[in-house]
Design a protein around this ligand. Structure first.
Ligand SMILES: O=C(O)CCC(=O)C(=O)O
Ligand SMILES: [Mn+2]
Length: 278
């Protein structure tokens, strides 16, 4: 099991080995994704393009909590908005590369509980990789090219993560997505993320790609207004969500994480949110 302490590790720049060579993600029009994990190999096909018209009447989004803990094979991708797509199991083929990379990121830029502008500590542990990192403190929410803890640039975005994000975005109809920011969220049981919009980025025409690892969670996907009804979407280890275009500013959040233990990540959920911030 990988150890990702939410309180963070001491800074250790010697262990950091990635070099950033720019975003050179493939721009393929469709591909086959291999599922890994329990030894079996499942194949799922993902397509680029826009949402089917009409949207499926009953996408498999109303999973019960029990379903979420069942290690079933990934379902087919499904749309939860005109430009919002859930890709179950999409990241599984990258997990073996992502986990050691994440470990190095967290060693260099430890997870920390950032201060809200109101002076409270956030429950979810956060860090970043990429040219820009999302931060919060008394001065507000913003992107910074340096980690305020070390005054050093954030660890580079691993190529595997850029590639995964570009392919997932392309599957949802967003060609040439080239993220420059990856926020790492580490949830422990009981942690939640209240409804919010992602609006600290410059260009809202760029989508958001969100990768879930570890314990399952229930994601809330609302509307353009805070009080709009929300859909509940079960997100499991390896699931990826993409939302952009007319769905880019929809309110969203995460319900309190249920206790549990994931074989690879233990008692936590890690979410990687990739954005084009600058
Ligand atoms: O953890 C998640 O699935 C969502 C994270 C999120 O919305 C954010 O970091 O802005
Ligand atoms: Mn968000």
């Amino acid at each position: 099991m990988y150890s990702f302490p939410c309180s963070g590790n001491p800074l250790n720049s010697k262990s950091f080995i990635f070099s950033f060579e720019g975003c050179h993600a493939p721009r393929s029009a469709g591909f086959t994704c291999k599922q890994q994990g329990d030894g079996s190999v499942a194949k799922a096909r993902y397509y680029t393009g826009s949402a089917p018209n009409p949207l499926p009447e009953s996408p498999p989004m109303m999973q019960t909590e029990l379903d979420l803990f069942n290690p079933a094979s990934p379902a087919e991708p499904y749309w939860i908005g005109k430009q919002a797509l859930v890709l179950p199991g999409f990241a599984l083929a990258w997990v073996d590369t992502l986990l050691p990379a994440l470990r190095q990121i967290i060693t260099r830029a430890p997870l920390r509980h950032m201060l809200t502008p109101g002076g409270l500590n956030m429950a979810v542990g956060l860090t970043n990789c990429g040219a820009l990192g999302w931060i919060s403190d008394r001065r507000g929410y913003r992107y910074s090219p340096v980690d305020p803890l070390s005054q050093q640039p954030w660890p580079v975005l691993p190529d595997a993560l850029s590639e995964l994000a570009a392919l997932a975005a392309a599957a949802a109809g967003f060609a040439d997505f080239c993220p420059d920011a990856c926020l790492v969220n580490c949830y422990e049981p009981g942690n939640r993320l209240s409804l919010h919009q992602d609006r600290d980025e410059r260009d809202y025409s760029q989508p958001i790609v969100s990768v879930s690892l570890g314990l399952p969670a229930v994601f809330q996907f609302g509307g353009q207004r805070r009080n709009d009804a929300t859909q509940r979407i079960g997100l499991r280890h390896g699931d990826v969500m993409v939302w952009g275009g007319e769905d880019r500013l929809r309110f969203h959040g995460v319900l309190p994480l249920k206790p549990g233990s994931h074989p690879l990540l233990g008692s936590r959920r890690i979410n990687l949110t990739l954005r084009k911030a600058g």
